[in-house]
Design a protein around this ligand. Structure first.
Ligand SMILES: Cc1cc2nc3c(=O)[nH]c(=O)nc-3n(C[C@H](O)[C@H](O)[C@H](O)COP(=O)(O)O)c2cc1C
Length: 209
């Protein structure tokens, strides 16, 4: 299996980047493939108005690394893991822009939209967060958004690791050891029991065994 890990803080040596690296290492140690993509390296612009911006063949005219990250890293992967600092009680603008930019290829007006839509489905999704504040709902908005994205794309939201720190790298001093938890999360990322039932989902009535 392969997961794309999108590191979406502008700080390469920051806290969410430390979680992203630990996750990627855990995934590799579990025998999977992982690729860390740094959002700042691939995103040169927000989403524009596709109607006036698209090339005649339908491709995105914004000349940056988004299209190759989307087609070569995200779509072929079975997992997508977003690492973000909490900014203003939401995700980083980089992570939001990454989601928004997918629209260019998902929109029905793009010639490859049906195959893109098919390949966006059924992934395992994970979230890695860092923040200064620790109260439980500081992450609620982001978790909710990732849950909705997962449901919309018929994917499985496996879980979240959230660590606390403010200065860069400080997350390593969080006594709950989120860096180790991100590593462990990765090791079972593709196998952990994760459910979100519909009313008619066939199931045994028990969770374990
Ligand atoms: C623009 C900005 C907004 C922030 N907003 C919040 C916030 O709403 N809540 C919070 O707990 N921390 C907030 N922080 C602190 C960061 O979440 C914290 O420093 C985090 O560990 C940074 O992660 P990074 O090193 O991966 O960039 C903010 C920081 C910045 C720069």
């Amino acid at each position: 299996m392969k997961a794309m890990v999108l590191s979406s803080s502008p700080r390469r040596d920051g806290n969410s980047a430390a979680l992203a690296r630990a996750f990627a290492e855990g995934l590799r140690d579990a025998g999977h493939e992982s690729e860390i993509v740094v959002a700042n390296d691939i995103l040169g612009s927000f989403l524009k108005d596709c109607r006036s911006c698209r090339r005649p063949d339908g491709s995105c005219a914004i000349e940056d690394g988004f299209s190759s990250a989307f087609f070569e890293s995200l779509l072929p992967a079975q997992g997508f893991v977003a690492a973000s600092p909490i900014y203003w009680y939401g995700m980083s603008a980089q992570l939001k822009a990454f989601f928004d930019r997918m629209f260019c290829y998902v929109a029905a007006s793009h010639p490859s939209s049906p195959s893109v839509v098919a390949r966006m489905q059924g992934k395992r999704i994970g979230l890695l967060l860092s923040s200064e504040e620790t109260y439980p709902t500081v992450s609620a908005g982001i978790v909710q958004q990732i849950q909705e994205y997962s449901r919309y794309t018929r994917s499985t939201f496996v879980g979240t690791v959230h660590g606390y720190g403010n200065s860069r790298g400080e997350i390593a001093r969080d006594p709950r050891d989120p860096v180790a938890r991100a590593y462990d999360f990765a090791r079972s990322f593709f196998t952990a029991h994760a459910t979100d039932y519909q009313i008619d989902t066939p199931r045994s009535g028990r969770v374990w065994g």
